[in-house]
Design a protein around this ligand. Sequence first.
Ligand SMILES: [Zn+2]
Length: 104
Amino acid sequence: MIQNRIEHLIKNWIMTERNNHGKIEKLYVCELIWPGPHAPIERWVLYREYTPAIDENQIQNEIEILLADEKYFGNCDCCGKKMIQGNMCDAICHACMEKHDVIF
Ligand SMILES: [Zn+2]
């Protein structure tokens, strides 16, 4: 269950860029920006650049570090799920806030 949640986060909010040899050179993380109450804008931020490029085993490690980085990800105090910060308001995720009738 928790593993699925992490895979979902990686799939949606984390991106790698490979060079011509299939090695990973860059790691990006998505930030959500809310210009209005609905429809957030996704902005991809370069998190790390690797010279020399790294392989699959090494990137797993880097992704774990990124997922633990509170600048980009947090854990909801209410449901306990890990979220990108753009889907949280302080320590509570938007889904939990909606349950409590707060409209975004
Ligand atoms: Zn929550």
